[in-house]
Design a protein around this ligand. Structure first.
Ligand code: ATP
Length: 264
């Protein structure tokens, strides 16, 4: 299937649906039967404390990890039954910045486009557009292994977007990205969302989530504890206060008195 053959999303069908999705690692129930529905045309935030299961969830959606149970649909396409068609509809920024880093930025974007079945001239045009927007013009000729963490994140974001998918799955997209670049990335994503794209992102930056997301799900110990609009979830608190509450509070810091007695 070429890009032109991917049908426009049906506004009545959510861009992403998870039903009863579970994943265990040995005895650890990383994700324990979650349901999520991500509509078109919005930022959707996945929040949760360290180890809550966010990356495991996003990796299953991205098709990088197979659920033990449950169903994932991208639009009306079942990820397990039609992985190629489902993956074509999404762009993914994985949590660890592992990529083909012996390639230059330009080569990485070129091969990503080719793998998505795009025409080379379209890939070249979009590479120029994305590099300009993300401030990567001067970096395109250098190998990605020489990039800084923020530059690597930006080129991987460009790779996730180059085939104009209906869904972007972004794990911690702003970690290591400087504030000016983050603002630029948000501007690009805002236009994408305004055009009907959906951005599912995980972040520990509560201010950012509160600022951009229409809906959020709070994952704790592999389960969705709360889901709704940002307003519904936070109530009268700030999102950060509500997050701390749902995560089980801050607890007392005890037993670290030795830290105040310095060694010689
Ligand atoms: P963080 O905010 O710290 O990135 P997270 O919400 O993304 O955390 P996950 O990385 O999904 O959490 O981890 C969920 C649980 O699954 C944790 O208990 C983690 O130790 C476990 N886990 C994740 N990956 C593996 C793995 N490859 N092997 C074994 N256990 C794993």
């Amino acid at each position: 299937m070429t890009d032109a053959e991917i049908p426009d999303p049906d506004p009545g069908i959510p861009v992403l649906t998870l039903r009863g999705v579970s994943k265990s690692y040995g005895g650890t129930h990383a994700v324990a039967g979650i349901d999520l529905t991500v509509p078109a045309g919005m930022y959707y935030g996945l929040l949760g404390p360290n180890g809550a299961g966010k990356t495991t969830t996003l990796s299953m959606i991205a098709g990088l990890l197979r659920p033990d149970r449950g169903e994932i649909r991208v639009g009306d396409v079942d990820l397990r039954a039609e992985p190629r068609a489902a993956k074509k509809r999404m762009g993914v920024l994985p949590d660890r910045l592992r990529t083909f880093d012996r390639l230059t930025g330009r080569q990485l974007l070129h091969y990503t486009g080719m793998l998505r079945g795009m025409r080379p001239d379209v890939v070249a045009d979009r590479t120029a557009d994305l590099a300009g927007a993300l401030g990567l013009d001067d970096a395109l000729g250098r190998v990605v292994s020489d990039y800084s963490a923020g530059m690597t994140k930006k080129v991987m974001l460009a790779a996730a977007m180059i085939h104009s998918p209906q869904l972007l799955v972004l794990d911690e997209p702003f970690e290591a990205v400087d504030p000016a670049s983050a603002a630029k990335v948000l501007e690009i994503l805002d236009a994408y969302v305004a055009g009907g794209g959906a951005v599912l992102l995980s972040s520990h930056g509560m201010d950012l989530i509160e600022q951009v997301c229409t809906r959020v799900a709070v994952l704790v110990a592999g389960q969705v504890l709360e889901e709704g609009t940002v307003h519904e979830v936070k109530g009268d608190l700030t999102l950060e206060q509500r997050f701390v509450e749902l995560s089980g509070g801050l607890g007392e810091v005890e037993g670290l008195e030795w830290l105040q007695t310095f060694s010689d």
